[in-house]
Unconditional design. Structure first.
Length: 330
């Protein structure tokens, strides 16, 4: 077999042409003042999929709101799978391929999918399609040097512009952003999330898109890979000492966690190939099991203040994970 550096890996997708008579994706027209939020509900770890509008309550700044629109879990999804093909993830490419095949094979027929990769720039591997029918081979690009993680996330969410179904972005990456690394080396410090203005601006831009971002995080401090040498951390250690290198690796992981949290997604830490497939299946199940709710705020004042949203379910012992915890009233 040719080496991974010299040959493209192939992802086998279960895809088919979209039938002319296929129903249009679910869409909803809302008043401009409406606020939307998505929620996944679990009972002892099991995702609940049979709830109705009457089971939910939505609160804004502690005041209960009238739910104007409700979408159940059976509506279609548009899901973009994004791969990091920078050199630092080269050894993880078999993980990406096998996990992705399982993920795609277990998607619902009405869902739409797209594939993209990134190193210095984002590259679409496959544009939006429905999953069904005969196989199609899609080649993953060869590894590249440079990793523009944060720019790729912004470019990826822009690819949902014409998608009317509910959305989800799944990213497989180690989270090591080259421009951020170069800034740290230049400043000779690892900035805290709270004081990193560039990162905070990125987070706000991603949050506005209302697209949950899920990370399959590779080679972090939670699941270090012995086969990856961590050149970035070595550069930090050489410039600022070993403690700074440890802080850098932790910072990379915390940044991914923060993006997942504020967008309503999750971050998962596979340790072996055997871990990857179940984690992808869990994400696929969650993406297809969220409820959509909208309401017109009882407080119409546009004062720029942050309004906190809380989704509750009239059932004891359940856990609600929501796509957004609030919004600025602009």
């Amino acid at each position: 077999m040719k080496s991974l550096r010299n040959s493209a890996l192939v992802i086998t997708l279960l895809l088919a042409a979209i039938a002319a008579a296929q129903d249009k994706p679910f869409s909803i027209s809302l008043d401009v003042a409406a606020v939307t939020v998505e929620a996944v509900v679990r009972d002892s770890g099991r995702i609940l999929t049979d709830l109705t509008r009457d089971d939910f309550e939505v609160y804004e700044d502690g005041r209960r709101q009238e739910i104007s629109s409700f979408v159940g879990v059976e509506t279609p999804r548009s899901i973009l799978l994004l791969f990091d093909i920078s050199g630092s993830t080269d050894g993880q490419r078999p993980f990406m391929v096998q996990a992705t095949n399982v993920f795609l094979a277990n998607m619902k027929a009405q869902d739409r999918i797209a594939l993209a990769s990134f190193a210095q720039n984002l590259q679409m591997i496959m544009n939006w399609r429905s999953r069904e029918g005969k196989s199609q081979d899609v080649k993953m690009p060869a590894p590249q040097f440079y990793s523009n993680v944060y720019s790729a996330l912004e470019d990826a969410v822009s690819k949902f512009k014409n998608e009317k179904a509910r959305k989800g972005l799944v990213v497989m990456t180690d989270g090591r952003d080259t421009p951020a690394l170069e800034d740290m080396l230049r400043q000779r410090r690892i900035p805290e999330l709270e004081t990193d203005s560039g990162f905070r601006k990125l987070v706000q831009n991603l949050k506005k898109q209302e697209i949950p971002i899920y990370f399959i995080a590779l080679n972090t401090d939670r699941n270090p890979s012995p086969s990856v040498n961590g050149q970035e951390a070595m550069r930090i250690a050489a410039a600022m000492g070993p403690p700074a290198a440890e802080k850098y690796v932790e910072s990379v992981r915390r940044r991914m966690e923060h993006i997942a949290d504020v967008t309503g997604g999750r971050i998962l830490f596979p340790r072996t190939l055997a871990d990857v497939v179940p984690l992808y299946l869990a994400i696929g199940a969650e993406l297809g099991a969220s409820y959509g709710l909208s309401y017109s705020p009882s407080n119409p004042v546009k004062d720029g203040k942050f309004r906190r949203i809380e989704v509750r379910v009239r059932k004891e012992g359940v856990k609600v994970t929501q796509s957004r915890d609030g919004y600025p009233a602009n």
